[in-house]
Design a protein around this ligand. Sequence first.
Ligand code: SAM
Length: 220
Amino acid sequence: MNFLRKIKSRLFRILKSENKISPLEYWESRSKRYGARAVLNLAIKEEEEQSFRKKQIAAIFPHLRKIIRQNDVVLDYGCGVGRFTVGLQKLTEGKVVGVDPIQRFLDMAPKAEHISYLKLKNGILPLEDNTIDIIFICLVLGGIPDSDIGFALKELSRVLKSDGGICLVENTSAYTNHNRWTNRSAQQYKALLPWINLEAVAAYKELEDDITIFVGRKLP
Ligand SMILES: C[S@@+](CC[C@H](N)C(=O)[O-])C[C@H]1O[C@@H](n2cnc3c(N)ncnc32)[C@H](O)[C@@H]1O
């Protein structure tokens, strides 16, 4: 009984301290604890990671292909361990820049010609204005709380060229948000990006979650 009480109070303390840390501290500690798996839903089995990534690519890339042009400069925003950067480079045949606030993730990302990685510091994109043709975002905005999302999107708008495009993939499940993830509806994402003619073009299931794929171009 005493032993159970001790475990319960330890768990309570761990959960309490996890709640207190900032979003960035959360990703830092998650990267340290789980390595490359930290960017995934941990309920996905290790042996299924590759087939899961292939399924994502099969669901997302046909829509991306409709807006990407040869030699487009692509920003993979919140690229994590670069699960998509090589595929993105093959699509554009031009440059791909992966940006993430967690250096440990960037260090694990695949290095190749025309692919570079930059660290996001204080939410500021280390890129010049109007230099990006396509922004790719896969399951990143949901991890940014409402208090910070406005600044993040302003930065994305700053670097995107006037005729640039976006491919956004986010969790739009209706269930209540847990403390580290904010599910937003398709309508909410459209309202957050009024400078893009954002369209929900497809959806797929990730375990129990509803994931929506959006594409759009910057409005004049
Ligand atoms: C669920 S993972 C997805 C990673 C990658 N897009 C993928 O699908 O494999 C979320 C990523 O967003 C990054 N991230 C957290 N806060 C961020 C922010 N404010 N801006 C950009 N990326 C952020 C995390 O470090 C992490 O790599």
